[in-house]
Design a protein around this ligand. Sequence first.
Ligand SMILES: [Zn+2]
Length: 148
Amino acid sequence: MSTTNISTGDMGTGDKPRPLPIEPTRPFWDALAQHRIMIPRCARCRTWVWYPRPRCTGCLGNELTWTPVTGAGTVHTFTVTRQPIHPAFADETPQIQAIVELEEGIRMTTTLVGVEPPVVEVGMAVEPVFDDGPDGITLLRFGPAKGL
Ligand SMILES: [Zn+2]
């Protein structure tokens, strides 16, 4: 039996919960579909604002501009999940869940791909991996940097 998760929606990709782009995150998801990363930045104080929200976390201004970044970063921390948090993710275990710090200083929760758990270490250089889904949603994962 399939259920719908109201926070993420069921976008028709089996039973895996999927992101449901809504304002103010829609520009982020639209950019990912084009294999680009856009992050809000304050026009007044230049603070990068992550996660997307209506006001700057530095000065509370509302002049945020979606700005392209390369996605180059490093592993800030990680854990290896061997038990799926949802039965539909059993095919993705073990899964490396990580917080990646982009060179702009913001930290994103993500998963690492293209690398085995024993190789991952804090401080490892990573680059974006665009995971296109059949529902038109692209997930932002990260893998070992091959040189940007
Ligand atoms: Zn600001």
